[in-house]
Write a protein that binds this ligand. Structure first.
Ligand SMILES: [Zn+2]
Length: 233
């Protein structure tokens, strides 16, 4: 089962090892899930051979998965010593990441209000409607669904704003993965869902200034929801 980055969780592999065709994707998904659930704690060594043995695969797909996790910012390579999971974002890193988001996402939401095609407006409204009555729990699966919804909504707005350079810069931050590691034990809250609905209302009514302002408000609130969960830095 191939999972996108907005939903990086795979089921643990079945006993007896995995087919070679599925190995790379599943090892990645398995390790990503273990890191996001903090089953492999922050700043911990990842023993390549131990992972390979426990999954019934060779070291090669484990190394490939770790290289991909490094580009996600979930592990770093240690010189001649394998890999280590990264620390959770501290408060300074959250502030800096959200400052970047506050530069590009209100601007993009305003552009989306101006430029979105009817199909893009429909996709945005569908994303809001699909989550409007969904339960928002604090368990891992609920939070995974919520985080995936949040990632999809922000990606749809960026796509509708029509600037691929900005979209790629946003994707490279992997902000949803990092927020997920910090926040999944906390309640996601209906506040986020309401803030998203306000942004989309402004985009659908072609209100450029209102869409930008609503996105700025949402980002300020989401930053303030995360900061108390992070270490000082
Ligand atoms: Zn959001």
């Amino acid at each position: 089962m191939v999972k996108s980055m907005s939903s990086p969780i795979a089921q643990p592999p079945t006993a007896g090892g995995m087919s070679s065709r599925m190995v790379a994707v599943d090892v990645y998904g398995y390790l990503a899930a273990a890191i996001l659930r903090n089953e492999i704690p922050p700043a911990s060594r990842v023993n390549i051979n131990a992972v390979a043995v426990s999954l019934g695969v060779s070291a090669t797909p484990v190394r490939e998965a770790l290289a991909r996790l490094e580009s996600d910012g979930l592990v770093t390579q240690l010189h001649l010593k394998g890999y280590r999971t990264t620390e959770l974002l501290n408060q300074r890193e959250i502030r800096e990441l959200w400052q970047f988001r506050m530069l590009i996402e209100p601007y993009s939401a305003g552009n989306a209000a101006t430029l979105a095609t009817p199909a893009q407006l429909e996709a945005l409204q569908h994303e809001i409607d699909s989550f409007a009555s969904a339960p928002v729990g604090s368990d891992f699966d609920s939070y995974q669904d919520f985080s995936a919804h949040d990632a999809r909504l922000h990606a749809l707005i960026l796509a509708a704003s029509g600037n691929d350079v900005i979209t790629r810069a946003f994707e490279r931050t992997h902000c949803h993965l990092h927020a997920f590691r910090l926040a999944y034990t906390g309640s996601a809250g209906r506040a986020t869902v309401d803030e998203h609905a306000a942004i989309v209302d402004h985009i659908v009514s072609r209100d450029t200034a209102g869409a930008g302002a609503a996105m700025m408000t949402h980002l300020a609130h989401s930053r303030d929801r995360l900061l108390p969960l992070a270490k000082q830095g």
